[in-house]
Design a protein. Structure first.
Length: 299
């Protein structure tokens, strides 16, 4: 203590009850929310690069430029899925993944490409009049697979990327700059944020989609351990549980980064999910709202 001041026993007890590890819950969740906001704030630049790369390729018609565009779209996809453990609040309210990167429907994409109406496919049309499997980065990558492309196919591909970028801008605004209450503040509040974060982890770890597993695993690691490896939700739990979560997370990441993620990846995710859904839930006093059906949703 400093200055001869003493902490009242009741106040000390409140601090200890609010903290299972070495950091009080308000500080820990503020750090989780800050990491999340910074992760989302990095997305618009990557999204704009993808759109610009497609426009450049369509203007030049060069194979090398189309290859660069495909790589840029893939990078934007990966960065988006590296936020999966943060798909809560505005992301779920807006069903953002249905605009940004739903699994592509090849037949639906081909049908729209072959249609005569609308004369020009733009982002507004994709947002209002087509299904989730016909827009966003999934559609853009499917269209670029036939590159070099031109005309209507180029319009469609640019529009798909523009729609994804526009929705990402809306999410960032809702997370960090909303006039009423940015979502980062809701996540930073331990009364609401802990339940939100843990429930979303359970959802992500129950997901069965094989695509983007390394990015998904990275998002889980961010929420559990923070961007410095020593913060996140585990800052609020005891060392033994933190160590088990670290080991299980490392196993999941290694399996996800294999050349062909397989049953081992799923098993590692299920093991980590079990620990999160039981021990982490118990130690943090979380109210679980997850249902089995949630893990099968792509958006």
């Amino acid at each position: 203590m400093t200055g001869g001041r003493r902490v009242a026993p009741a106040a000390l007890a409140m601090v200890l009850l609010a903290c299972g590890g070495g950091v009080d819950r308000a500080s820990a969740m503020t750090r989780v929310a800050d990491d999340a906001a910074e992760t989302f704030e990095a997305l618009p630049g990557v999204a704009d690069e993808a759109t610009t790369a497609i426009e450049t390729a369509c203007a030049s018609g060069e194979v090398a430029d189309f290859e660069a565009a495909s790589e840029a779209v893939a990078a934007a996809q990966e960065r988006w899925h590296a936020t999966e453990a943060l798909w809560m609040g505005p992301v779920t309210d807006r069903r953002s993944n249905a605009l940004i990167d739903w699994p592509a429907g090849v037949d639906d994409i081909d049908e729209l490409l072959a249609a005569t109406e609308p004369e020009t496919i733009d982002a507004g049309y994709l947002a209002e009049f087509v299904g989730a499997d016909t827009r966003g980065y999934g559609a853009a990558r499917q269209l670029l697979a036939d590159a070099p492309i031109e005309g209507r196919a180029c319009d469609y591909t640019v529009a798909a990327a523009e729609l994804a970028a526009s929705e990402i801008d809306e999410i960032v605004q809702a997370w960090t700059g909303a006039e009423d209450r940015p979502f980062r503040e809701e996540l930073a509040d331990p009364e609401t944020g802990i339940d939100l974060a843990v429930n979303q982890l359970i959802v992500v770890l129950a997901g069965s989609e094989p695509d983007q597993l390394p990015a998904r695993a990275t998002s889980v690691e961010l929420v559990l351990f923070g961007d410095d490896g020593g913060s996140g939700l585990t800052a609020m739990v005891d060392d033994d549980l933190t160590a088990r979560l670290r080991t299980e997370t490392d196993t999941m990441i290694a399996a996800a980064q294999a050349d062909e993620p397989d049953a081992d990846t799923v098993a590692a995710m299920e093991e980590l999910r079990a620990t999160v859904a039981t021990e982490l839930v118990a130690e943090l006093g979380v109210t679980v709202t997850f249902s089995d059906a949630d893990g099968d949703s792509a958006g």
